[in-house]
Design a protein around this ligand. Structure first.
Ligand SMILES: [Zn+2]
Length: 398
């Protein structure tokens, strides 16, 4: 199976300069290649292909020493990334949608360089006798890695990512051996909720950690302060940059804590259960922003509905969290030889587990009280039990 590992890099000051230059050159390449495609299309409706651009790379490297010092393969990978973005764009145009044309990448929007295969302009664990792990990158040197764990499998691709002022390496590994756990004879249904993080079919409630709300509030406050001080369109000053960097730092801290929580919870659930049933998330509906309401007094303008916008944002944060948790759960289950079952969650919170009656009125806040048979339960636990039953039916049908 496949798996990826992420480690913090500990570059020297000189290596940081080289890493920044490497990123800047790859970004320049991306933007130049994008410009070429745009202009060729605008002037004569000619499509420039990846193959053509890859061929030009040799000429670029001949005349530009600053580009020639980096790995040829990582530059090709950057061109392929643009190619993917273009293909996705044309696919959506064909499907009748109106996507935005791929954009030029500003400094803050280009943070990753990919080396498509180990030992091609890069090398994982380049100095095995040094006592600690180093990553070799062509043009940059041997960078120390804070390897807090052992990796497994064979390293396929190596990516280097900048997050704020920190640098990370991400190893995508293949042929990672699975670690099958002995069966426990237990099964569970998981309902992801808003008031609690999740409810299990056996009645367990998994609460959002206590720090959750605090960290989110801290982020909201910092974001509000930032947008009040530096409204859109105000000049980019040193203070503004520092303020937005600070905001991003808080955001990354929160994301790290959430990731850790998701990993630990998923590990426990996978250890304890042979079969895990959860609902299917509506990914397409998740990323779509709510449609703004037109202003009845001023035609052509829209109401600034702050409460709705905030609720929508909170919803998107929640959705993103759930998607991340389920991705981790699925990967851990696969690694442990456990079965995950995805069921359609339609009506699972409105259906009575006892008698099967579907009635939205049965649900009153956090309690479920069946309007037909009087069955009472925690609303999310009732839903989790419905999910589990649906999942078990699904397995038997196969
Ligand atoms: Zn009932």
């Amino acid at each position: 199976m496949k798996r990826s590992f992420k480690f913090r890099l500990r570059p020297t000051v000189k290596q940081v300069q080289a890493l920044s230059a490497c990123l800047a050159n790859h970004r320049e390449l991306y933007n130049a290649a994008l410009q070429e495609r745009r202009e060729a299309w605008r002037r004569s409706a000619v499509t420039v292909s990846y193959g053509m651009q890859s061929k030009q790379l040799k000429d670029i490297r001949r005349v530009r020493d600053d580009h020639a010092r980096w790995s040829f393969s990582s530059q090709q990978a950057t061109l392929r990334r643009l190619n993917l973005a273009m293909e996705a764009f044309f696919r959506r145009v064909k499907a009748g949608q109106t996507p935005g044309y791929p954009r030029y990448k500003g400094e803050r929007w280009f943070d990753t360089v990919v080396w498509p295969s180990d030992r091609d302009g890069c090398r994982w664990d380049s100095t095995p006798d040094a006592g600690h792990i180093r990553l070799y990158l062509q043009g940059i040197g041997h960078i120390r890695v804070h390897a807090h764990r052992c990796i497994a499998g064979r390293v396929k691709t190596i990516s280097v990512k900048r997050e704020g002022d920190a640098w990370y390496v991400i190893l995508a590994c293949d042929e990672v051996p699975t670690n099958v756990l002995p069966p426990t004879g237990r099964v569970t249904g998981i309902d992801l909720g808003v008031s609690e993080f999740a409810a299990l079919a056996d009645g367990t409630l998994i609460r959002n950690p206590a720090w959750w709300r605090q960290t989110e509030e801290r982020l909201t406050k910092a974001a509000r302060r930032h947008s009040l001080r530096y409204p859109p369109g105000c000049t980019r000053s040193k203070r503004k940059v520092r303020s937005s960097q600070n905001l991003a730092k808080i955001h990354r801290g929160n994301a790290r804590k959430r990731l850790d929580f998701h990993h630990k919870l998923a590990l426990n659930l996978v250890r304890e259960n042979d079969i895990l049933v959860h609902e299917a998330l509506n990914i397409a509906g998740m990323v779509r922003a709510p449609r703004p309401k037109p202003n009845p007094d001023r035609p052509g303008e829209f109401l600034a509905n702050r409460a709705a916008a905030k609720a929508a944002l909170n919803k998107r944060i929640l959705d993103a969290g759930w998607a991340q948790f389920l991705t981790i759960l699925t990967a851990k289950a696969e690694n442990a030889g456990r079965l995950t079952v995805v069921v359609n969650a339609r009506n699972s919170s409105r259906t009575c587990y006892q008698c099967g009656q579907v009635d939205a009125a049965s649900r009153a806040g956090i309690t479920f009280r069946c309007t037909t048979c009087g069955h009472e339960d925690h609303a999310d636990v009732n839903a989790a039990r419905n999910l589990l039953r649906a999942g078990l039916v699904l397995i038997q049908a196969e």
